[in-house]
Design a protein around this ligand. Structure first.
Ligand SMILES: [Ca+2]
Length: 431
């Protein structure tokens, strides 16, 4: 989405720490007439962003940004003057250049610490409240998409605590900074390209949001400049992720949905838009309804799991193979017992942590297809596992719940619903 935004496993909290600094920085921008940042105060501050006085860097930034706008204008037929006007106040944000740096060499990934941070009473309580507030809609979306409500609630909770931590940076500045002024890291070129693409997606997204057609065919279009600028100037995380579910602009364009039916996609203000969009993202990334996310590994299978674990996010083994190696139990390859079909694919997930004595340890689980769907949302095993366990804490049963009617099942040679034993149903009679 996200994709970009979440490669660092602890991104969102940093927004808080730097938010006061950011608001000061943002407040210093001199806004042009066509810009709209209604929530920013302007006027009394005199200091300027880029205090280093590095004019050559500033010059390069402006030049590269102008070039991108010109290319996009030519390619899409959007009037260049409109884009130039909307970006006339775009600035680099020095603080986010630090935030995207990889953790220092001494940093150790620690599943135990990560889990504790995200699966904790305050966030779970907020999750239950969010669920209560959106219960009917969540149930409808879960039924239509096959993505359990618990999983949707878990993702929005882990991302932003239901909108409490969505980021305080102006998105056009974030993406411009990371596109043209990324810090010197080994993957700088690739990262800059990625953020250039996101910046273009943001512009196209906002152009559409302002009423513009794409592709722009002919004649001047009447677009709503206020809307255009409100969209470009909306807040995001330091990586450019937007709203309750923290979608990157490209993901908004591809996967976001207008859940509340007001004709706009608003991931910042509309919980329904956020809920529907999360479900749609997972569905479009291969979510299998009724299937579990992961399996725990019995004590006896841990050594075999350790040998197979390679950190590659690919479904390399069949469940049957893992049963034969002792990593999984027979029941886990049996749909009737809450398992999955033996030929389902799986991977070994390694979750390194430090034990109470500070020793390196690793927890292993078996990730299934749906685990990898969550990894598409955020490329981190820690993230996907915490979504699964957050969902379980909300009551999600991490086992197969095969639809009883055959029309839900895309059967190849599958025979499973026929042999499923049904509990005798009593018709509910209202007296
Ligand atoms: Ca909407």
């Amino acid at each position: 989405m996200i994709l970009v935004a979440h490669q660092n496993p602890i991104p969102h909290f940093m927004n808080f720490r730097v938010s006061s600094l950011t608001s000061i920085l943002l407040a210093t921008f001199i806004l042009s007439a066509c810009s709209t940042t209604p929530t920013q105060e302007v006027g009394h501050e005199k200091t300027i962003v880029n205090q280093s006085g590095d004019l050559s860097a500033d010059g390069r930034f402006s030049q590269n940004l102008s070039q991108l706008l010109a290319q996009l204008a030519q390619k899409e037929g959007i009037p260049l003057s409109t884009l130039e006007s909307s970006f006339s106040d775009a600035k680099t944000i020095p603080s986010i250049r630090k935030l995207v740096l990889p953790p220092s060499g001494s940093f150790k990934k620690n599943w135990a610490a990560y889990r504790k941070r995200f699966i904790e009473p305050i966030r779970l309580k907020a999750g239950k409240a969010f669920w209560d507030q959106n219960e009917v809609f969540l149930n409808n979306v879960a039924q239509d998409s096959g993505v359990p409500a618990e999983v949707i609630v878990a993702i929005i909770g882990i991302e932003t605590i239901y909108g409490r931590q969505t980021g305080n940076f102006r998105v056009k500045d974030v993406l411009s900074t990371l596109a043209f002024s990324y810090p010197d890291t080994p993957n700088k070129t690739a990262r800059e390209q990625l953020f250039k693409d996101q910046l273009q997606d943001l512009i196209l997204l906002c152009w559409s949001e302002a009423g513009g057609q794409l592709p722009v065919k002919s004649s001047p279009q009447s677009i709503n400049t206020f809307r255009l600028n409100a969209c470009l100037n909306q807040n995001s995380s330091y990586a450019g992720a937007i709203g309750l579910p923290q979608f990157m602009p490209s993901s908004i364009r591809s996967f976001a949905i207008d859940g509340d039916g007001d004709g706009h996609i608003d991931l910042r203000q509309s919980p329904k838009d956020a809920i529907a969009s999360v479900a749609n993202f997972l569905r479009k990334h291969g979510w299998q309804p009724g299937m579990p996310i992961y399996f725990p590994i019995p004590e006896s299978g841990l050594e075999a799991a350790r040998v197979l674990a390679d950190g590659q996010p690919q479904l390399k083994y069949t469940v049957q193979e893992l049963i034969e190696k002792g990593v999984l139990t027979k029941a886990q390859g049996d749909l009737q017992q809450g398992g999955v079909e033996p030929q389902s694919k799986a991977l070994i997930v390694d979750l390194p942590y430090l034990d109470n004595d500070g020793n390196d340890q690793v927890r292993y689980v078996v990730g299934l297809n749906n685990f990898l769907s969550i990894v598409q949302y955020n490329r981190s095993y820690f993230y996907a596992q915490s979504v699964a366990e957050f969902a379980e804490a909300l009551g999600y049963k991490n086992q197969s719940a095969v639809p009883l009617s055959t029309d839900h099942v895309t059967t190849k040679n599958s025979v499973m619903p026929k042999t499923k034993k049904l509990n005798p149903k009593k018709s509910k009679q209202k007296s």
